[in-house]
Design a protein around this ligand. Structure first.
Ligand code: IVH
Length: 708
């Protein structure tokens, strides 16, 4: 009996005849080659790693049964089996961070103002900034030891990237050896790999001539080209490189950003020639205008300008917030726009119940990327712009942010369109959706929220997606798509279920490995990845819970302040009583305001949340918080700064204390270890004296941490 080729795909391997196996192997070779191309060359995979694995495993299983049928172009004969394990992992000793964004001149003024205010007494009033084009490519770290290139690593998640040394060596712009004098023993040069417009166009013309699919844009192509298994493919793609920063170094060749760029240039690393030094906001803004005017003729893509504090000592003192330096910012170019037809408005339900309207669009290319969805923000915005289904709308896309609907082209409105009626019930669970009244301002929230809470499946799924997301549990092979499927199938309904999945899977008559898209190997890999996360850092654990208003920074702050999860939970239960010391403590943590405090207390007061947590804590152990700050006499201590300090602004004092592992509080309590009092210290100093808290002068503070 012969089944059509598409039906063969669903037949178990054991049931295939030799003739069927032959047809099926041919299909798999084609399919896998197509996905390889999408993944490696275009950086635009269509299927999950798990689905991809399943194709490969099926291919292998058929070949094992019919060894005589192995094709010359079989995927099993090509090197490297798993895409995620093609390249060895590299841990960056100095993380590769990202940048905050500025979208307007006003944002740039704020940035410069923030930097200057960070320092005391006009110390930085005349500090210069570099202005560098923001290259739209992919970042890379190049490690030179004794001047020789020993490692090329992609950024990855900033902490761990991929070892692509062999490929990097094929890029002509990247020297294999640094030349000249003063090259430090260890120097990690960092910058951007990109592709010229001309090379991109040539590559696409060749693709077209060969009847192959063309590439989407130079950036994705550069990224795909670098992650080729075969370095000769990378070599044929003519990639380029500019250096703009550095990672681990044994010594720095200069004490300014510009100085180090010049030194890198002298050693033979390409530095962008547009880079310039500016001493005022006006000069920065002028650089932005100049670069934008040159943008079209540069021959490569740039998407903005990066401003950096030039003096490295000031950079060091400014430090970082979350994943971005305080001493640099990316000033983006205005977004690109296009018009298209709005086909529908879909209402999505987020993890906190927020109903978000999403525009479903006639696909349109905006700045090289095909856009089909855009945000409509909220109910009021739809009404304000009077957006109706069927309208022609203007959309805009800026960098990596979600495209948005800007306005309606009214001349093009067909007759008979009716205003959009925003739903008053949740599309997922049918509960009422309401706009809360803010308790203090008395104003109606712009967001309409589902009141279904725990019964709403959409919220549950979104919470689970958040739980496994990159900065939370980050479980390989368990992304949004798998969570949705597991939830629908009843395999994972709450976080703890992820960790009991393996045991339950062993007992069920519907095991995962028998499901379409899964196989023995991919299921084993998934369980291994899950088990790896049974121990997790406390800050990630807190963030993963998805407590309203608790983002990464707050989660870290809480981890640091309470040290262990038990301590945090006990304190939050105790803080439900607003007269308690726990409540006072929570509110004295600098960076935690009333809204966050209320959200935390509410979260831990909810019985269901405690059940979910108890179940989870049977499976997972959050590790007590460890600071990577320098160990010092003030590590773990609580400090309050008061009065006017001589050498430090309030912001710098806080950052400095945190650098030494101390916590900074806004008010004095019995938990305060030191009060650092400057000129004209008032009530806080008095309270410290009453409570017998040790009071330090500013100089004594510097002595205590060992700085002079
Ligand atoms: S500095 C800690 N300088 O932009 C500072 N980044 O949005 C790290 N980029 O990941 C980056 N041109 O890939 C810097 N002149 C430039 C840049 C630049 C492009 C990229 C880089 C980074 C991303 C942040």
């Amino acid at each position: 009996m012969s089944a059509p080729a598409e039906q063969l795909a669903t037949l178990p391997v054991e049931g295939l005849s030799q003739a069927q196996a032959e047809v099926e192997l041919e299909r798999l070779a084609r399919e896998i080659a197509r996905h390889d191309e999408l993944y490696y060359a275009q950086d635009a995979p269509e299927i999950s790693d798990a689905d991809y694995d399943a194709l490969r495993l099926r291919n292998d299983a058929i070949e094992t049964r019919f060894p005589g049928l192995v094709r010359p172009d079989s995927p099993s004969l090509r090197v490297g089996v798993e895409p995620s394990e093609q390249f060895a992992k590299v841990t960056h000793t100095v993380p590769m961070l990202s940048l905050g964004n500025a979208f307007s001149d006003e944002d740039v003024r704020d940035f410069v103002e923030r930097v200057r205010r960070f320092f005391k007494k006009g110390e930085a009033d005349t500090a210069a900034f570099t202005a560098e084009p923001k290259i739209d490519g992919l970042s890379i770290s190049l490690r030179y030891e004794k001047g020789k290139l020993v490692l090329g690593a992609t950024r990855g998640d900033g902490m761990t990237g991929e070892n692509v040394t062999a490929n990097v060596r094929t890029i002509k712009d990247i020297p294999n050896e640094l030349k000249g004098s003063g090259v430090p023993d260890v120097f990690e040069a960092r910058g951007e790999i990109f592709m010229l417009h001309t090379d991109f166009a040539e590559l696409n013309a060749a693709q077209e001539a060969a009847g192959k699919q063309t590439y989407v844009n130079p950036r994705n192509t550069a990224s795909g080209s670098l992650r080729q298994l075969d370095p000769s493919v990378t070599a044929s793609r003519k990639l380029h490189f500019f250096a703009y920063t550095w990672g681990e170094v044994s010594a720095l060749p200069a004490d300014t950003q510009m100085g180090v760029l010049d030194a890198m240039g002298a050693w033979g690393l390409p530095i962008n020639p547009l880079t310039r030094l500016c001493t005022s906001v006006e000069e920065l803004i002028a650089a932005h205008a100049d670069f934008e005017a040159e943008r079209a003729t540069l021959g490569y893509d740039i998407d903005g300008v990066v401003y950096k504090v030039d003096r490295l000592d000031l950079q060091e003192r400014l430090g970082f917030v979350s994943r971005a330096p305080r001493w640099a910012i990316a000033h983006k170019f205005p977004a690109e726009k296009a018009t298209t037809v709005l086909k529908d408005i879909e209402i999505q339900v987020g993890r906190t119940g927020a109903l978000t309207p999403v525009a479903k669009l006639e696909p349109v290319t905006v700045g090289g990327v095909v856009v089909q969805n855009a945000t409509l923000h909220n109910e009021d915005e739809i009404a304000r712009k009077d957006v109706r289904i069927g309208d022609t709308v203007v959309i805009q896309r800026a960098g990596d942010v979600i495209p948005q609907v800007l306005s309606v082209v009214e001349d093009k409105r067909p007759k008979g369109l009716t205003p959009f009626d925003f739903p008053k019930v949740c599309p997922a669970c049918g509960s009422h959706a309401v706009r809360e009244i803010h308790p203090r301002t008395g104003r109606e929230d712009v967001v309409r929220r589902c009141t279904g809470g725990l019964i709403c499946p959409a919220q549950a799924v979104e919470r689970l997606k958040h739980f496994v997301s990159r900065n939370a549990f980050d479980i390989e092979g368990l992304g949004a798509k798998q969570i949705e499927a597991f939830y629908t199938e009843g395999r994972v309904m709450k976080p703890a279920d992820i960790f009991t999945l393996e045991a339950r899977n062993a007992r069920t008559d519907n095991p995962l490995q028998e499901k379409e898209g899964w196989g023995e190997q991919s299921v084993a890999n998934l369980f291994a990845a899950i088990n790896e996360r049974r121990s997790i850092s406390l800050d990630r654990f807190i963030y993963a819970l998805g407590i309203r208003h608790v983002g990464e920074t707050t989660a870290r702050l809480l981890a640091k302040s309470y040290g262990t999860f038990e301590a945090l939970r006990d304190a939050m239960h105790a803080a439900a009583d607003h007269q308690s010391a726990a409540y006072e403590d929570l509110n004295t943590i600098d960076g935690i305001g009333q809204v966050v405090a209320d959200a935390l207390i509410e979260f831990f007061a909810e019985a269901h949340n405690n059940e979910v947590l108890d179940a989870l804590l049977v499976e997972v152990t959050p590790a007590p918080f460890e600071t990577e700050e320098r160990a010092s006499p003030v590590t773990g201590k609580t400090i309050v700064f008061t009065g006017s300090l001589d050498r430090l602004s309030r912001s710098e004092a806080k950052v400095m204390a945190e650098r030494y592992g101390a916590k900074v509080a806004g008010s004095v309590s019995s938990k305060t270890d030191y009060v650092v009092a400057g000129e004209a210290a008032g009530s806080k100093l008095k309270k410290a004296q009453e409570l017998g808290v040790q009071v330090l002068s500013e100089d004594a503070w510097f002595d205590l941490v060992g700085e002079t």
